[in-house]
Ligand binder design. Structure first.
Ligand SMILES: Cc1cc2nc3c(=O)[nH]c(=O)nc-3n(C[C@H](O)[C@H](O)[C@H](O)COP(=O)(O)O)c2cc1C
Length: 256
């Protein structure tokens, strides 16, 4: 997880040149052309958006749905490795995945999102891709990097039908390859957040927000995008980290 050392400036430069989410959603296009050229179904092409970067078998995600809160105008949407792998029950082999006996996982961004939902009463939504990322950490790194370089925005498993009723969105995500994880780009493609306040909350191994605020603003030019907090991985496991997040939220009430 020593991002500074092993990914290096080449990837950073490429990511900056590529412009992250700015290129819009390409997988539908690549899925279609794959289909025409090779007779593959859109589903197979979508699976290849994962397997062409690492050797593993993605599974179809089970959408978690929305966990309703009591503040009907606030949504907490998060992307995390948790909810996005097919980790087996009790599997603790992969750093960052705290897998419970029932197979449930609590990633760093997920913990932050749960504190925010608890504090605001907002609805909680997991951004899940239709097909899972690898359980293996290094393979996930390869898939994430490949999707970023190729501007793949993988299809999502769940959908929010009534985005119109939310005025405040807390968007919680890890930094992946110095930018937004590709599934967060898909989320921004899928919904028009114009007129809403979007609080960006982040966790990373050191890159902090990197260019993610710019990417969100590019994708949602009519939204009011506000920098929230960025916590280091370990801070998401501490009482101090939790208090920091809760205090920020208390001091920045949701729009009603
Ligand atoms: C595919 C991938 C790419 C990552 N890229 C970066 C990065 O560029 N900079 C960084 O500081 N941390 C990076 N990390 C580390 C995560 O941002 C960090 O572990 C985060 O807390 C994970 O949150 P999660 O447990 O909710 O998935 C990366 C992790 C993964 C899996």
């Amino acid at each position: 997880m020593k991002w500074k050392y092993w990914l290096g400036a080449a990837v950073l430069g490429a990511a900056v040149l590529a412009g992250g989410c700015g290129f819009g959603r390409l997988p539908a296009v690549s899925a279609l052309s794959n289909q025409v050229e090779s007779g593959k179904t859109g589903e197979q092409a979508e699976i290849e958006n994962f397997t062409r970067y690492a050797d593993y078998t993605p599974e179809k995600a089970v959408p978690r749905g929305i966990i309703p809160g009591n503040h009907r105008h606030t949504l907490v949407a998060y992307f995390s490795r948790s909810g996005n792998t097919a980790a087996a029950a009790g599997d603790r082999s992969s750093p960052g995945l705290d897998v419970g006996k029932d197979g449930s996982t609590a990633g760093n961004a997920e913990r932050m999102a749960r504190w925010i939902a608890d504090e605001t009463g907002g609805d909680l939504f997991t951004i899940q891709t239709e097909y899972t990322y690898p359980v293996d950490y290094q393979k996930t790194v390869r898939v994430g990097e490949g999707q970023d370089m190729d501007h793949v925005h993988p299809a999502l498993a769940g959908h929010i039908d009534d985005m119109g009723r939310y005025t405040t969105i807390y968007l919680v995500y890890p930094t992946w390859h110095y930018t937004l994880p590709a599934p967060v780009c898909t989320f921004l493609d899928d919904y028009d957040l114009s007129g809403k306040t979007v609080y960006a909350f982040n966790t990373s191994a050191g890159s902090r927000f990197a260019d993610t605020l710019e990417r969100i603003r590019e994708a949602e030019p009519e939204a009011r995008v506000v920098q929230g907090l960025s916590l280091m991985e370990n801070e998401t496991k501490t009482k101090e980290g939790e208090e920091e997040v809760r205090n920020f939220v208390r001091n920045h009430p949701s729009d009603s």
